[in-house]
Every structure is written in structure tokens, then in C-alpha cells.
Design a protein around this ligand. Structure first.
Ligand SMILES: [Zn+2]
Ligand SMILES: [Zn+2]
Ligand SMILES: [Zn+2]
Ligand SMILES: [Zn+2]
Length: 386
């Protein structure tokens, strides 16, 4: 069971931990598909294109919005069947103009741990009997303990032994919010563990440590350094081909025990959302270390348990966003959109996304490269080769 968690508006009530994933980035900085898997950078989050679909609901007498994964795939020259793209005119039929379907836009999925209390509640069937899995094990659901005004939720009196702290989930962000969170991460990582500011002094060969760029002497700014860090270079001393390493210093010269970047990952962070709609922004509310974070609760003067007690191997086991957020197959898309432009045509046998239909577009034959909106700049986080 996974949970997509949404950042609370204004005053956050609890923290999350961002967990770095290792998801290959399919597109290069110009938005072109990277064919060679070895050349794809590993990103901490998964990117999936998705359409927004607006449909009128008669019963409720209002418009409803659905997010439907786009199955066209990252390779714009070998697009796979996607009903959303087809109906709005981004597929084989440019005449199609369904305006209720938005162009596919990137959503990013971040692995997180939600730092809240949960009750492990036995899952019951309609007859009130506990559900047993195929493996013969009883099934449980995690229900968040909401600590309402009495300091209790509906499950609190059941049996307090089942209370656990922390649950894996995902953060789903559009491109603006992805930029905001990336900036928050960069800001945290621009600070030293001592509280000072990190300064990059040199970029060196990862193998022989020969200086490739003397950042301090050339007085380079971060945006001038970024391109050097984002691509591989051949060392003029030893010939090693790879990413450069940074040598850092700290602004806090007197008391710093050795410059070391703070990590934005695997530590409690409170995020908040301000503003509405397209003007909304994600902001850092508070950053903790695992040691100084106090698990919310009434300890009656006693020492609160350390967070590390709850960070079990089971909790830290990463979920694969690629699997969880894979776009639906064409049949399932047809159910959502209420239309299947592929069913009446010869393309019917090709209606499984990523299976079959290939090379339906060729630029040399005068085709127009389909537009694929993407993140406007590369967000931060670990960047390593697969
Ligand atoms: Zn699509
Ligand atoms: Zn409760
Ligand atoms: Zn070298
Ligand atoms: Zn320092």
C-alpha cells in the first residue's frame, strides 16, 4: 500500500523525510531521448508525463478532473499509443482537438517517509472477518492516527500496541513545485554541517585529483560551475573520463571542524505550501537532524524515544515509483476517457503501450517533431551514471 502525500497548506503539522531514489533520466538537457542506458543520469525522483482530463459529472453537476498517465513514452520519434495524445491531436491524427485533455506534462514522484503515527488495523471483509492474504498471512492497513481534539482517533482505544511511527509514501509534484523543492534541496546542501556556507574551491579529476577548474581563482558563480558538474570530462593529466569532483571549503573559518555539506536527504523536513493554484509555492518550514527531531507525543516528562528506533529496515526499503506510477494500458485509458480512437483502426493490435508500434514518426520524411513539454531546468540532487 502506498500513499501519495500532499504538502499541507501554511502551517505544517508533521515532517517527512526525503529518500533519494535512483531513477534514470530518459531525456537530455535539450529534451531529446537518451538511447544509451549507460548515458542516463540517475535522478533522486521519477518523472512521468501525464494528461489532465476534465469531464462533466452529471450527478454532481460539476466538472471533475483526472490525472491520466501518458503512455506515449519518452522517445518522441517512436511514440507509443496514448489515447490522451491521440484525442487531443498530438498523435497520428492532428485533426483531433479534444480540449478537455491537456498536453502531457511532467509529474515528479519522490520517495518519502511520512513521519506520523499510524495504527496497524486488521483489514476486514464485508462479513467482518479478517482478510487473509494468498500467502496465508493476515492483512493489515495503516491508518493515520489523527489525534483529534480529545487527543484520540477512532482507533486509539482498539489496542495501542499496534501504533507505529512512519510510513513510506510518495510526493507528487508538477514542474513548478519540482523546481521549488529542488531549490530547497540546493539551499540545504549549500550549508555546512557547522552552519556556515559551503564554497566550492576547485573541481578536480575524480581519479588523480588534478585540478580541472580553479573555481576560487576564477571567481566562478554557482550557475557557471553547474555545467561542469553536470557532464563528463577527460582529464588532461591522467586521461580519466568522468564526472569532476568538488573540493569544498566553509565560510565559517574559525569554528568549522572541516567543511561538509548538509544533506537534504534522510532527515526530517517540514515543508509547507503557500498561495493557490499556479501561484502556489513550496517552502522549507524547518529542517531537523535525525537526532534533534522529537517524535510528537505526550511523554509526561519522560525521555521521548529516538527516531532511529522507528527507522527499521522494513520502513527504509524503497518503493519503485516507476512501477507504482506506470501509465495505464490503452484499455484502461479508454474507460477513463470514454473513447478509444485506436479500436476502429488497424492500429488495434498495437494498443499495448510500449509493445509493438514503432517508428510511426520520421523527421526525415517531413514529419513535425511532436512537442513534449518538460522541466525548464535540471533540478538538483545526486547525479551519477547508471
Ligand atoms: Zn499522452
Ligand atoms: Zn489514534
Ligand atoms: Zn586525472
Ligand atoms: Zn563549516
Amino acid at each position: 500500500m502506498y500513499q501519495v502525500w500532499y504538502i499541507p497548506k501554511n502551517e505544517p503539522t508533521y515532517a517527512i523525510m526525503l529518500m533519494p531514489g535512483e531513477y534514470p533520466e530518459m531525456l537530455d538537457v535539450d529534451g531529446n531521448f537518451i538511447e544509451n542506458p549507460d548515458e542516463r543520469l540517475l535522478m533522486p525522483y521519477h518523472t512521468q508525463m501525464a494528461h489532465k482530463f476534465k469531464t462533466y459529472n452529471k450527478k454532481r453537476n460539476k466538472d471533475m478532473y483526472f490525472t491520466v498517465g501518458c503512455s506515449a513514452g519518452p522517445d518522441t520519434y517512436h511514440r507509443q499509443p496514448c489515447i490522451g495524445c491521440e484525442l487531443r491531436g498530438d498523435g497520428d491524427n492532428p485533426e483531433a482537438q479534444n480540449e478537455s485533455i491537456s498536453v502531457a506534462r511532467p509529474l515528479t514522484y519522490w520517495n518519502i517517509i511520512i513521519l506520523s503515527w499510524y495504527h496497524r488495523v486488521a483489514a476486514m471483509d464485508k462479513e467482518g472477518k479478517q482478510i487473509i492474504s494468498k500467502k496465508g498471512e493476515p492483512v493489515f492497513n495503516l491508518r493515520e492516527c489523527t489525534w483529534d481534539k480529545d487527543g484520540k482517533c477512532e482507533h486509539c482505544d482498539d489496542d495501542n500496541q499496534d501504533l507505529i511511527f512512519g510510513k513510506r509514501g510518495f510526493l507528487e509534484l508538477g514542474s513548478n513545485h519540482t523546481q521549488h523543492l529542488s531549490t530547497i534541496i540546493e539551499d540545504i546542501e549549500a550549508r555546512c554541517v557547522c552552519g556556515g556556507d559551503i564554497k566550492i574551491k576547485e573541481l578536480v579529476c575524480a581519479k588523480c585529483k588534478a585540478v580541472a577548474i580553479d573555481v576560487a581563482a576564477e571567481r566562478l558563480k554557482q550557475d557557471e560551475i553547474d555545467p561542469w558538474l553536470a557532464s563528463q570530462h577527460q582529464c588532461s593529466e591522467c586521461g580519466h573520463d568522468g564526472f569532476l569532483e568538488e573540493v569544498i571549503g566553509c565560510s565559517n573559518k574559525k569554528t568549522c571542524g572541516g567543511a561538509e555539506r548538509q544533506s537534504a536527504w534522510e532527515r526530517p523536513i517540514m515543508l509547507k505550501k503557500t498561495g493557490d493554484g499556479t501561484a502556489s509555492a513550496i517552502k522549507e518550514h524547518r529542517v531537523y537532524t535525525v537526532d534533534d527531531y522529537i517524535i510528537p507525543g505526550d511523554y509526561d516528562g519522560a525521555e521521548p524515544p529516538p527516531l532511529t528506533d522507528w527507522l527499521t529496515e522494513e520502513l527504509l526499503k524503497p518503493d519503485d515509483a516507476v512501477v507504482f506510477f506506470a501509465p495505464p494500458g490503452v484499455d484502461a485509458q479508454a474507460d477513463t476517457y470514454g473513447d478509444n480512437p485506436f479500436s476502429a483502426s488497424s492500429a488495434k493490435k498495437d494498443t499495448m503501450p510500449y509493445a509493438g508500434k514503432k517508428a510511426d514518426f520520421n523527421e526525415e520524411q517531413g514529419g513535425k517533431k511532436p512537442k513534449q513539454p518538460r522541466l525548464t531546468s535540471k533540478p538538483g540532487g545526486p547525479r551519477r551514471r547508471v
